[in-house]
Design a protein around this ligand. Structure first.
Ligand SMILES: Nc1ncnc2c1ncn2[C@@H]1O[C@H](COP(=O)(O)OP(=O)(O)O)[C@@H](O)[C@H]1O
Ligand SMILES: [Mg+2]
Length: 680
């Protein structure tokens, strides 16, 4: 441990480092350090370090501005930032909440939101170039993971998805276990991630698991947004020291950029460079070890026994407008203190030096970075996603199991209310009501029960997709095939209950057709949810939009208002033909009535009516095609919706850099992170 500490840069601190305390922290936490005995060499031969620099990612940014709409004008969030992140070094971005730390990370990683406008020059190894899959990773603040998987499973599946097929399964498992231990998660290996239904990993453990997932492939460039939030100071230190010393362990010279909210003195010592922001402006950028001196030279010396980062943040925090306290400053207002520091930094030697370095790097050619890394093959990824998603669905009682229970209860109610429906004249209306109600209620419960779990999966997909773990097609295949068995189950059991209790049209073919239509309806609703969820990934908006669409589709499906009575413009042409409920109702009605005869009405005496007559005259069904054609159209609609999801997701990804380029054509931007799975 001592060797590790000695290898770290000596950042400025106000209290002499107490190494005995550090040793104490280690025993308290029981972290396993597999490299404890490894000789960590603080200095390599200059040849070696040059080679590592050549392999690494050297990122520079110059005069970087980011603005967002603010009424008729635009509000700057980042104001002309200049800096660099070098291989083998850890750059910390610090500043009060809302100062632009996440925005800077997003800008550097090419992930800014669509309403932002970015200008400036961001270069990698002196080039405007994109990063290949596995070369960069971004650990966001939002820990989106499947809640039912254990920490080990989450990481294990992630290693299968990300690591190349040339590695054996055992090697991948070992890498996953090793990474978990590295982040001190060995005691939580079998704990589930947890979500709103069940408590699982703590916030800090989830953070560490997210970090594990992203460092599995040993990326050259690592962005971390507040990796220590939710951790106590001891855990923060160990997580940050693991991150900072990753480079020293495997010889890969990573470039690490992390935003940190409130580092302890020990954590502060791990930083090589510090970027201190206040309201989007640079208060200080340079070696972390010189920050103290910079503040002291401007009249804000760090008091003894004071954490330097606390001191810096206190001086530059404008959220709680106050005079900088006696002893911390010269009794000046926070705004003035920031002005003094910003101006002083701009005229400082450090700033000039940084600008000179950035210019030199921009003009130099440090070589293109590795363009493509090998990851698991497409079909393997699909297979792994099916397995992972199936396991999640099996364990998640709030998804298909809960729906199965509700469907079964509704089926029981329907079955008993319509018990032994018979073939009297009155049963014609009863059969129609039973079938349409069954389909309608299935539609809405599928939406209510299925949308939240789908959004959870989408969140995980989005995070993994942005980090290039796999593509949209693999996700779609994984999601579709893992859900099919559950959808069959939730169609079969309620269908069986209703069919036998109410005594619908007898015969295996009729029963199987009923189940097939129930299955196709559930799947159509889920497919529509995917399309809407991809455009509006928001719970309330998505529910309202899909609910509204379903309501209209049911209304114009041909039962509540007979087809010939539907107003021709708009409602009949084209909406009636687009509504998948039309095909579900029509198919089920044909399945039910064709081949049966019903008792005559009070006016017809004993005369019986054939099912075909009822279909034509009473229900006004289209009899030009069979019930199988209706089912085929329904299945075709499912394929269409899913292809639409694929097209929208892909075009959203493709449109983002184009929109950014259109919004600020003059800017030389680095906006995209090339995904290794682009074709997927
Ligand atoms: N896309 C956006 N649209 C509008 N305002 C934004 C957007 N992104 C960030 N902001 C604003 O910019 C400021 C900085 O945000 P952020 O970078 O998230 O801060 P930090 O990570 O330092 O807490 C905040 O005031 C935030 O509200
Ligand atoms: Mg933030």
């Amino acid at each position: 441990m001592t060797s590790l500490l000695h290898s770290q840069p000596k950042a400025g601190y106000c209290e002499p480092n107490n190494s005995s305390r550090v040793i104490q922290l280690q025993t308290n936490l029981d972290f396993i350090n597999p490299f404890e005995n490894e000789a960590v060499k603080p200095t390599e031969s200059s040849k070696d370090s040059q080679r590592m620099m050549d392999e690494g990612v050297l990122m520079t940014w110059e005069d970087l501005w980011v603005t967002v709409p603010n009424g008729k004008n635009r509000k700057p969030i980042l104001q002309g930032l200049t800096g660099y992140a070098k291989p083998g070094q850890l750059l910390a971005i610090m500043g009060p909440s809302g100062c632009g730390k996440t925005t800077l990370l997003d800008a550097l990683a090419g992930r800014l939101g669509s309403n932002t406008k970015q200008t400036g020059k961001i270069l990698i190894n002196g080039h405007k170039q994109a990063l290949a899959y596995g070369t960069s990773a971004y650990v966001t603040q939002d820990d989106a993971m499947l809640s039912t998987l254990t920490a080990r499973e989450a990481l294990y599946y992630s290693s299968l998805l990300q690591l190349p097929d040339s590695m054996s399964i055992e090697e991948k498992k070992d890498r996953a276990d090793f990474t978990l231990r590295e982040m001190g998660l060995q005691d939580a290996i079998n704990t589930r991630v947890g979500g709103w239904t069940s408590k699982g990993l703590s916030g800090g453990q989830k953070r560490r698991l997210s970090i594990c997932i992203e460092i599995l492939t040993r990326p050259r460039l690592l962005f971390l947004d507040e990796p220590t939030s939710g951790l106590d100071s001891a855990a923060s230190y160990y997580v940050m020291s693991r991150i900072a010393s990753l480079n020293l362990r495997d010889g890969i010279q990573r470039t690490i950029v992390a935003s940190i909210h409130q580092p302890s003195s020990e954590v502060f010592q791990l930083f090589h460079n510090l970027c201190l922001l206040s309201c989007g402006e640079t208060v200080y950028f340079g070696p972390a070890s010189s920050a103290n001196e910079f503040f002291a030279s401007n009249g804000f010396p760090c008091p003894t026994l004071y954490n330097p980062s606390d001191h810096f943040l206190r001086i530059i925090n404008t959220d709680f407008e106050q005079d900088v306290e006696e002893g911390l400053g010269k009794g000046v207002n926070t705004e003035e203190a920031i002005n003094v520091l910003v101006k002083s930094y701009l005229s400082s030697e450090t700033h000039k030096q940084i600008q000179k370095e950035v210019e030199e790097i921009s003009e130099s050619d440090s070589g293109a970075i590795e363009k493509k890394r090998i990851h698991a093959a497409f079909f393997n990824q699909c297979f792994i996603l099916i397995r992972r998603s199936s396991l999640h669905m099996y364990r998640d009682i709030s998804n298909y199991w809960l729906r199965l229970a509700v469907y079964a209860a509704i089926a029981l109610s329907l079955g008993t209310i319509f018990y032994d429906i018979g073939s009297s004249y009155g049963s014609i209306q009863a059969r129609g009501s039973l079938l349409t109600f069954f389909i309608s209620v299935l539609t809405f419960i599928t939406l209510i029960g299925g949308f939240p779990p789908f959004l959870e999966e989408m969140k995980v997909f989005k995070r993994e997709r942005l980090n290039g773990h796999y593509g949209v097609t693999a996700f779609l295949i994984g999601n579709t095939f893992s859900a099919v068995p559950y959808m069959l189950l939730i169609s079969l059991i309620p269908g069986l209950i209703v069919y036998y209790l109410s005594g619908l049209h007898k015969g295996l073919e009729h029963f199987l057709y009923l189940i097939a239509v129930l299955f196709a309806t559930v799947m159509s609703v889920e497919s529509l949810m995917m399309v809407v969820g991809c455009i509006f990934p928001n719970f309330i908006m998505g529910m309202i939009i899909v609910g509204g669409i379903q309501g209209v589709m049911i209304l114009i499906g041909g039962f509540y208002r007979l087809p010939n009575d539907l107003p021709k413009p708009f409602w009949r042409y084209p909406l009636y033909y687009i509504s998948f409920h039309k095909y579900a109702f029509q198919g089920l009605f044909k399945n039910e009535f064709e081949g049966l005869t019903f008792g005559g009405d009070q006016y017809g005496g004993n005369k019986t009516i054939s099912g075909r007559d009822i279909l034509t005259n009473t229900w006004q069904m289209e009899m030009g095609h069979s019930k199988w054609a209706d089912l085929a159209i329904l299945l075709g609609m499912i394929v269409l919706y899913r292809l639409l999801f694929l097209a929208i997701s892909k075009s959203k990804e493709k449109a983002k850099p184009m929109v950014a380029a259109f919004r600020c054509p003059q800017a030389k931007l680095f906006t995209t992170v090339t995904r290794g799975n682009e074709q997927n």
